[in-house]
Design a binder for this molecule. Structure first.
Ligand SMILES: *Cc1c(COP(=O)(O)O)cnc(C)c1O
Length: 429
């Protein structure tokens, strides 16, 4: 027999994790709209509760529709397993919850989604989890900022909103030397454009709300575990190595090996944080992923056209898109994002804050809203919206100064998008 070639990304985007429904033959994964699952008998129930057998108890922990999504995204990212959550922020919370204790620290890039800066800097403080923000443009900054209490490094592969590409391989080497996991938010790239585990990431996070669901119709998040981190390598990761009293002293890493994070993410993280993904949202996200490769190709092609148009427009001071030859991140983009630098980028208006406000108020095809990764083209002025809670200094550090406009280029006809921006730029001038 001829040697079986591993299926390609497009094939896996449609088939990974799914099979026809065993009872009905339904070809599409059904929405298992149920809270709970009948036990065969008392022994079966006991083995489920003891984590000795695989199966379903209650949809806060696991649900068959959500499980298909988890397997599919884990497969596309090259991970061992995944935990789906109610939102991207819930996924971030769950990732850190696995090993952080009060008084612990972690390093995070300054170039992050505005909501993540707020979540890490303010709400995480209430748990005693302290973030140290680091400029990612020089990877050595992470090495310099490390402290003995640091338990992780968190970056975005392609940063929201500035068109910043992170040097994943260099930062992964620093995390590895320090014996701590590298967590990469891969929301803006999607696994079609970038696969952080191949560069050394331990955990990969997505807000599935964005490109994975892809149609602006369902909230969700996911943590993919590479399965490659040795949680027992130091006493730092007690949540995964110490006996767990709620499961008769079971030790997750010792018992489940490279599935330790995935099992604990459900059995402890979802059980106690409660931020489970709804089965309907999992269904919509599975459906979205089936066209992810096609959509990302068009997102990238449209973005390159729009970015080149903006770059030569007299009202525009600069365009920060890693897909342009002029970008300082061009070299990193070629390495980490060989199929394109995504479809979210920023540009600066010579008319500053006032021009930004007028532009978003005058577009017709673009929608003025706070999301990215939709089929529709979206526009926002971060300084007056998503990043308004940050200090002026944090705004600049996050690439969200007063003149900055962020677009998420959709799948419409590129010429229509260019014409729409052109007429709105005239009104904003
Ligand atoms: C939207 C977003 C998040 C947060 O995800 P939600 O689904 O809105 O909770 C995190 N990181 C990035 C890069 C995002 O774009």
């Amino acid at each position: 027999m001829a040697e079986q070639k591993a299926p390609g990304f497009e094939t896996r985007a449609i088939h990974a994790g799914a099979a026809p429904d065993p009872t009905t033959g339904a070809r599409v994964t059904p929405i298992y709209q149920t809270t709970s699952y009948v036990f065969d008998d008392v022994d079966h129930a006991a083995s489920l509760f003891n984590l000795q057998t695989y199966g379903y108890i209650y949809s806060r922990l696991t649900n068959p529709t959500v499980s298909v999504l988890e397997e599919r995204v884990a497969n596309l990212e090259g991970g061992r397993g995944a935990v789906a959550c109610a939102s991207g922020h819930a996924a971030q919370m769950l990732a850190f919850f696995a090993f952080m204790e009060p008084g612990d620290e972690f390093l995070a890039s300054t170039k992050l989604y505005g909501g993540s800066i707020t979540q890490f800097g303010r709400s995480f403080k209430k748990f005693g989890w302290n973030v140290i923000f680091v400029d990612p443009d020089d990877p050595q900054n992470f090495k310099r900022a490390l402290t003995p209490k640091c338990k992780a490094i968190f970056v975005e592969s392609l940063a929201n909103p500035g068109g910043v590409v992170t040097d994943l391989e260099a930062i992964a080497a620093i995390a590895k030397e320090a014996g701590i996991p590298l967590i990469v938010d891969n929301t803006m790239a999607s696994p079609y454009l970038c696969r952080p585990i191949e560069w050394g990431a331990t955990l990969v996070i997505h807000s599935t709300t964005k490109f994975l669901s892809g149609h602006g119709n369902s909230m969700g998040g996911i943590v993919v575990d590479s399965g490659k981190f040795d949680w027992s390598s130091s006493p730092k990761f007690r949540g995964l190595t110490d006996p767990e009293p709620a499961y008769h002293g079971l030790k997750f890493h010792e018992t489940f090996g490279d599935l330790a994070f995935t099992v604990a993410g459900h059995a402890l993280g979802l059980r106690d944080l409660g931020a489970a993904m709804a089965p309907l949202n999992a269904f919509l996200t599975i459906t979205g992923i089936e066209t992810l490769p096609l959509r990302m190709e068009r997102h990238v092609a449209n973005s390159e056209k729009v970015a080149r148009f903006l770059e030569q427009h007299p009202a525009v001071g600069w365009v920060s898109y890693a897909g342009l030859e002029s970008s300082p991140y061009r070299k990193l983009a070629k390495k980490y994002l060989p199929k394109g630098a995504g479809s979210v980028f920023t540009f600066g208006l010579k008319g500053g804050y006032e021009a930004g406000v007028k532009l978003v108020e005058n577009v017709e095809i673009f929608s003025h809203l706070a999301n990215i990764g939709d089929t529709r083209s979206l526009i926002i002025h971060p300084a007056s919206t998503t990043h308004r809670q940050l200090s002026d200094e944090q705004k600049l550090a996050a690439g969200a100064g007063p003149d900055v406009v962020r677009v998420s280029i959709g799948l419409e006809t590129a010429d229509d998008l260019i014409a729409d921006l052109d007429q709105a730029l005239k009104k904003a001038a």
